[in-house]
Design a protein around this ligand. Structure first.
Ligand code: SF4
Length: 413
């Protein structure tokens, strides 16, 4: 539901090793202390044609929600037994999907209780617990269930406030449902609220995008994520584009939309802290910061990706196959990064952040890991042509480099 760059850090090489390999087979107990946990709920009411997250629409008469929650509980219990005794408290939980709020309320309640039961969560004052939701799935009962379960942040997939563009995205919710969902959540006591927006939708104009930004701001979220539409390989949208049925908008217009977001959101008092993420001061998403700072997090549920002390792994993706597994999460892919690979990821992730990376740290790592000098040359080239800069001891993307971020980051990995 949110952008794949947030939750799906790809493995550097895909090592398929079969469903019988579990996290416990790959990682000796006790597992190193994680700082966060991600849980993936795969159910959706409708499959949006641009989406390449693992999610499914159940067929008529099919109902695997209860089986899903039961297996998730088993994963949580099995991992919990293997955590280091006195493990560091988990400070962030993110339940994404799919559409987690499509779970029936008793099952949603049961899943939240199980997270509390099995994971060493920080006390509520220090815990950020986010659930993703589609606007039309949130009512007073769902909002109360989330609060009762300990959730204190919700990320809503608004995407657009222009009916024509919602149809172009194959999104089903009525525009008013976003305001209704926010009111229900605020009424229940959740005030930390993100809206996801998508720009560069086929057929959209700069005026459409300005309207969407203003409509989102009128709802006063604490956080906004704005991503340009991507044509992920093999999605129905990409197939339609390749057939000439849909035209991607011009790159210059997409860049103008991004710049419009930067200007409008800054004027409204939102701080950009990552390429595509803005928040009220102090309310950056702490869970996503774990990803960008290359910290460790657990992963549960089909297709979820995790990272523990240099081990990157992805849980088996298909619900049917996942339901047949037992014990700790069964892995579809995993890779233990070497020191140079870890350094490459730290660069790629850290430079997405507006704060950039510490220049002294960068220099010490380059001296240790960059024998061939390729990364040093890439940094020098990006600095010389104005895509990277060093300011007050931090190396970061310039405004121009932010627009061209992929060209910088790919060279560094
Ligand atoms: S609701 Fe979100 S996760 Fe589900 S298909 Fe649409 S974009 Fe994908």
């Amino acid at each position: 539901m949110s952008d794949p760059r947030l939750v799906r850090l790809p493995l550097a090489s895909e090592t398929a090793i079969g469903a019988r390999c579990s996290l416990a087979d790959v990682l000796r107990a006790p597992f190193p202390s994680p700082r966060g946990a991600y849980l993936h709920v795969p159910f959706c009411r409708h499959k949006c044609h641009y989406c390449d997250f693992y999610s499914l629409v159940e067929r008529e008469g099919e109902d695997r929600q209860e089986a899903f929650v039961a297996r998730l509980e088993e994963e949580l219990a099995a991992v919990s037994e293997r955590l280091e005794p006195g493990a560091v408290e988990i400070e962030t939980v993110f339940i994404g999907g799919g559409t987690p709020t499509l779970l029936r309320v008793p099952l949603l309640r049961r899943m939240l209780r199980s997270v509390r039961r099995w994971l060493p969560l920080a006390p509520s004052g220090r815990l950020e617990w986010t659930v993703e939701a589609n606007p039309e799935t949130v009512d007073e009962e769902v909002a109360a269930t989330l609060v009762e379960g300990g959730v204190n942040r919700v990320s809503l997939g608004a995407q657009s406030f222009t009916p024509r563009l919602l149809r172009a995205l194959e999104r089903e919710h009525p525009i008013e449902s976003v305001g209704r969902a926010l009111a229900a959540l605020r009424g229940a006591g959740i005030s930390n609220l993100n809206l996801d927006l998508i720009f560069a939708v086929p057929g959209s104009t700069l005026e459409d995008w300005r309207h969407d930004l203003d409509a989102a701001l009128a709802l006063a979220p604490t956080h906004l994520s704005a991503y340009g539409l991507t044509y992920e390989p093999n999605t129905p949208l990409a197939v339609r584009r390749d057939r000439g049925e849909v035209a991607a908008i011009e790159e210059d217009l997409e860049a103008a939309m991004y710049e419009a977001a930067c200007g409008r959101l800054a004027t409204a008092g939102y701080e950009r802290y990552e390429i595509s993420n803005w928040s009220r001061p102090g309310l950056a998403c702490r869970h996503n910061l774990l990803y960008w700072r290359n910290a460790s997090w657990l992963a549960f549920g089909p297709s979820a990706s995790g990272h523990l002390a240099g081990l990157r792994f992805k849980v088996v993706p298909r619900l049917g196959e996942w339901l047949e597994t037992s014990g700790t999460p069964a892995l579809a892919e995993w890779e233990q990064l070497d020191a140079s690979g870890t350094f490459g990821e730290e660069l790629m992730l850290g430079l997405r952040l507006v704060e950039g990376i510490d220049a002294a740290w960068l220099e010490s790592r380059l001296a240790r890991h960059d024998d061939a000098g390729s990364r040093r040359r890439a940094i020098a080239a990006a600095t010389a042509d104005g895509r990277l800069e060093e300011v007050a001891g931090r190396v970061r993307l310039t405004p121009r480099g932010t627009l061209l971020a992929n060209t910088v980051l790919e060279d560094l990995v």
